[in-house]
Design a protein around this ligand. Structure first.
Ligand code: ZN
Length: 160
């Protein structure tokens, strides 16, 4: 069976940076997703199309096709009064906030200089090239319900 739309793919993957730092890997060596439903990054999904059970591949997804390039306009300095008075502010602390178009974004505190807080609304993986090492473990047809929901059910997916 080959990977195509409406197939459930079970795979083992490791995601590393160009420098070899591990960013993410499949828990217990298994990760399942519904192909063709935007469950995974599109650059990876495209590379997996047509692959078969037992295939091993390395997929390089350039930053612009992954989490996008860094945008300096998403970095700004705000005053401490922008935060709740009891908020614990540390470099690396993340907050949910509203983006310029009202969309939910995650901001990260990039620097603290007295009452000047530098916040960064870029995705933590923006500007990072993604290297996926993938082994295809299993491929099966998705059920009607999985296709309708747009995700995997059962032991490897949603339990509901
Ligand atoms: Zn569901």
């Amino acid at each position: 069976m080959q990977i195509e739309d409406k197939k459930i793919v079970v795979m083992n993957y490791t995601l590393t940076t160009d420098e070899g730092e591990v960013l993410d890997k499949s828990t217990d060596g298994r990760f399942a997703y519904l192909h063709g439903a935007d469950n995974i990054i599109s650059g990876l999904e495209k590379a997996l199309t047509g692959k078969k059970t037992g295939d091993n591949l390395t997929v390089k997804v350039a930053a612009e096709d992954g989490y996008g390039m860094r945008n300096d306009e998403m970095v700004q300095v705000v005053g401490r009064e922008m935060f709740e008075s009891d908020a614990e502010l540390e470099v690396g602390t993340q907050f949910h906030a509203e983006g310029p178009d009202g969309q939910p974004i995650m901001i990260t505190i990039a620097a603290i200089d007295g009452d000047d807080i530098t916040i960064d609304g870029n995705h933590p993986l923006a500007g990072v090239n993604l290297n996926f090492d993938v082994s295809i473990i299993d491929i099966r047809d998705a059920s009607e319900e999985e296709i309708a929901h747009g995700h995997v059910h059962g032991p490897d997916g949603h339990q509901h």
